[in-house]
Design a protein around this ligand. Sequence first.
Ligand code: CA2
Length: 146
Amino acid sequence: MKILVINGPNLNLLGRREPAVYGIGTYAELVSYVNQCAEALGLSVTVFQSNHEGALVDRIQEACGRFDAIVINPAAYTHTSVAILDALRAVGLPAVEVHLSEPLEREDFRHVSYAGLACEKRFAGQGFDSYRLALEYLSARGGADT
Ligand code: CA2
Protein backbone atom coordinates (compact mmCIF):
# COMPACT_ATOMS: atom_id res chain seq x y z
CA MET A 1 0.00 0.00 0.00
CA LYS A 2 1.42 3.36 -1.05
CA ILE A 3 0.67 6.39 1.09
CA LEU A 4 1.39 10.04 0.41
CA VAL A 5 2.00 12.08 3.57
CA ILE A 6 1.52 15.80 2.96
CA ASN A 7 2.61 18.54 5.36
CA GLY A 8 1.65 22.18 5.01
CA PRO A 9 3.26 25.53 5.75
CA ASN A 10 5.77 26.13 8.52
CA LEU A 11 5.93 22.51 9.61
CA ASN A 12 9.49 22.55 8.23
CA LEU A 13 10.28 24.80 11.23
CA LEU A 14 9.33 22.18 13.82
CA GLY A 15 11.57 22.08 16.83
CA ARG A 16 12.72 25.67 16.42
CA ARG A 17 9.76 27.59 17.89
CA GLU A 18 6.71 26.93 20.07
CA PRO A 19 7.93 23.62 21.56
CA ALA A 20 5.14 23.81 24.15
CA VAL A 21 2.59 23.54 21.33
CA TYR A 22 4.33 21.37 18.73
CA GLY A 23 6.99 19.51 20.73
CA ILE A 24 10.76 19.56 20.48
CA GLY A 25 11.14 17.20 17.53
CA THR A 26 12.46 18.66 14.30
CA TYR A 27 10.86 18.23 10.88
CA ALA A 28 13.64 15.82 9.89
CA GLU A 29 12.83 13.76 12.99
CA LEU A 30 9.13 13.73 12.06
CA VAL A 31 9.95 12.44 8.57
CA SER A 32 12.24 9.80 10.04
CA TYR A 33 9.52 8.76 12.52
CA VAL A 34 6.91 8.49 9.75
CA ASN A 35 9.29 6.38 7.65
CA GLN A 36 10.00 4.07 10.62
CA CYS A 37 6.28 3.63 11.34
CA ALA A 38 5.59 2.89 7.69
CA GLU A 39 8.36 0.31 7.54
CA ALA A 40 7.03 -1.42 10.67
CA LEU A 41 3.59 -1.59 9.07
CA GLY A 42 4.89 -2.72 5.67
CA LEU A 43 3.68 0.46 3.98
CA SER A 44 5.43 2.52 1.33
CA VAL A 45 5.34 6.23 2.18
CA THR A 46 6.38 9.40 0.41
CA VAL A 47 6.52 12.52 2.58
CA PHE A 48 6.06 15.95 1.00
CA GLN A 49 6.09 19.40 2.63
CA SER A 50 5.41 22.78 1.10
CA ASN A 51 4.68 26.28 2.29
CA HIS A 52 2.67 26.94 -0.87
CA GLU A 53 -1.03 26.15 -1.25
CA GLY A 54 -0.80 25.52 -5.01
CA ALA A 55 2.10 23.10 -4.57
CA LEU A 56 0.02 21.14 -2.06
CA VAL A 57 -2.91 21.08 -4.50
CA ASP A 58 -0.57 19.90 -7.30
CA ARG A 59 0.71 17.00 -5.17
CA ILE A 60 -2.80 15.94 -4.18
CA GLN A 61 -3.82 15.92 -7.86
CA GLU A 62 -0.71 13.94 -8.84
CA ALA A 63 -1.51 11.31 -6.19
CA CYS A 64 -4.35 9.99 -8.33
CA GLY A 65 -3.29 6.59 -9.70
CA ARG A 66 0.07 6.74 -7.89
CA PHE A 67 -0.96 6.34 -4.26
CA ASP A 68 -3.62 4.38 -2.39
CA ALA A 69 -4.27 6.91 0.35
CA ILE A 70 -3.29 10.33 1.68
CA VAL A 71 -2.34 11.48 5.18
CA ILE A 72 -2.47 15.26 5.35
CA ASN A 73 -1.55 17.90 7.89
CA PRO A 74 -2.52 21.04 5.97
CA ALA A 75 -1.25 23.17 8.89
CA ALA A 76 -2.69 26.71 8.67
CA TYR A 77 -4.35 25.87 5.34
CA THR A 78 -6.58 23.48 7.30
CA HIS A 79 -8.59 26.50 8.37
CA THR A 80 -8.64 28.45 5.10
CA SER A 81 -8.21 26.31 2.02
CA VAL A 82 -11.21 25.35 -0.06
CA ALA A 83 -8.68 24.54 -2.82
CA ILE A 84 -7.16 21.73 -0.75
CA LEU A 85 -10.63 20.46 0.16
CA ASP A 86 -11.63 20.44 -3.54
CA ALA A 87 -8.40 18.67 -4.56
CA LEU A 88 -8.92 15.95 -1.94
CA ARG A 89 -12.50 15.48 -3.11
CA ALA A 90 -11.41 15.47 -6.77
CA VAL A 91 -8.88 12.64 -6.36
CA GLY A 92 -11.26 10.66 -4.16
CA LEU A 93 -8.50 8.74 -2.36
CA PRO A 94 -9.04 7.76 1.27
CA ALA A 95 -7.63 10.65 3.27
CA VAL A 96 -6.80 11.10 6.95
CA GLU A 97 -6.34 14.51 8.59
CA VAL A 98 -3.59 14.76 11.19
CA HIS A 99 -2.39 17.48 13.54
CA LEU A 100 0.38 17.62 16.10
CA SER A 101 -1.65 19.84 18.41
CA GLU A 102 -5.41 19.73 18.97
CA PRO A 103 -6.79 22.71 17.03
CA LEU A 104 -10.18 22.30 18.73
CA GLU A 105 -8.53 23.24 22.04
CA ARG A 106 -6.90 26.37 20.58
CA GLU A 107 -8.15 29.66 19.10
CA ASP A 108 -11.64 29.73 17.58
CA PHE A 109 -10.25 30.29 14.08
CA ARG A 110 -8.59 26.86 14.26
CA HIS A 111 -11.89 25.11 14.96
CA VAL A 112 -12.88 25.01 11.28
CA SER A 113 -11.27 22.38 9.07
CA TYR A 114 -12.04 22.56 5.36
CA ALA A 115 -9.70 19.68 4.49
CA GLY A 116 -11.34 17.61 7.20
CA LEU A 117 -14.58 17.63 5.21
CA ALA A 118 -12.83 15.38 2.67
CA CYS A 119 -11.15 13.13 5.23
CA GLU A 120 -12.65 9.97 6.64
CA LYS A 121 -10.63 10.05 9.86
CA ARG A 122 -8.81 12.58 12.04
CA PHE A 123 -6.01 12.21 14.60
CA ALA A 124 -4.92 15.30 16.55
CA GLY A 125 -3.23 16.41 19.71
CA GLN A 126 -0.83 13.49 19.91
CA GLY A 127 2.33 14.97 18.45
CA PHE A 128 4.20 12.68 16.06
CA ASP A 129 1.93 9.83 17.18
CA SER A 130 -0.97 11.42 15.26
CA TYR A 131 0.87 10.33 12.10
CA ARG A 132 1.48 6.80 13.42
CA LEU A 133 -2.20 6.43 14.26
CA ALA A 134 -3.14 7.59 10.76
CA LEU A 135 -0.80 5.04 9.16
CA GLU A 136 -2.11 2.28 11.43
CA TYR A 137 -5.68 3.23 10.53
CA LEU A 138 -4.96 3.11 6.78
CA SER A 139 -3.00 -0.12 7.10
CA ALA A 140 -5.99 -1.77 8.78
CA ARG A 141 -8.44 -0.17 6.38
CA GLY A 142 -6.71 -1.12 3.14
CA GLY A 143 -6.42 0.81 -0.09
CA ALA A 144 -8.56 3.00 -2.27
CA ASP A 145 -12.21 2.21 -2.88
CA THR A 146 -12.86 1.24 -6.46
O1 CA2 B 1 -1.17 21.07 15.16
C1 CA2 B 1 -0.94 21.03 13.96
O2 CA2 B 1 -0.38 20.09 13.40
C2 CA2 B 1 -1.31 22.24 13.09
O3 CA2 B 1 -1.71 21.75 11.81
C3 CA2 B 1 -0.06 23.07 13.00
C4 CA2 B 1 -0.26 24.37 12.24
C5 CA2 B 1 -1.46 25.14 12.79
O4 CA2 B 1 -1.72 26.27 11.97
C6 CA2 B 1 -2.72 24.27 12.85
O5 CA2 B 1 -3.75 25.04 13.42
C7 CA2 B 1 -2.47 23.04 13.67
C8 CA2 B 1 0.96 25.27 12.33
C9 CA2 B 1 2.24 24.62 11.93
C10 CA2 B 1 3.33 25.60 12.21
O6 CA2 B 1 4.40 24.91 12.81
C11 CA2 B 1 5.32 25.65 13.47
C12 CA2 B 1 6.47 25.00 13.78
C13 CA2 B 1 7.45 25.67 14.46
C14 CA2 B 1 7.28 26.99 14.83
C15 CA2 B 1 6.11 27.63 14.51
C16 CA2 B 1 5.13 26.95 13.82
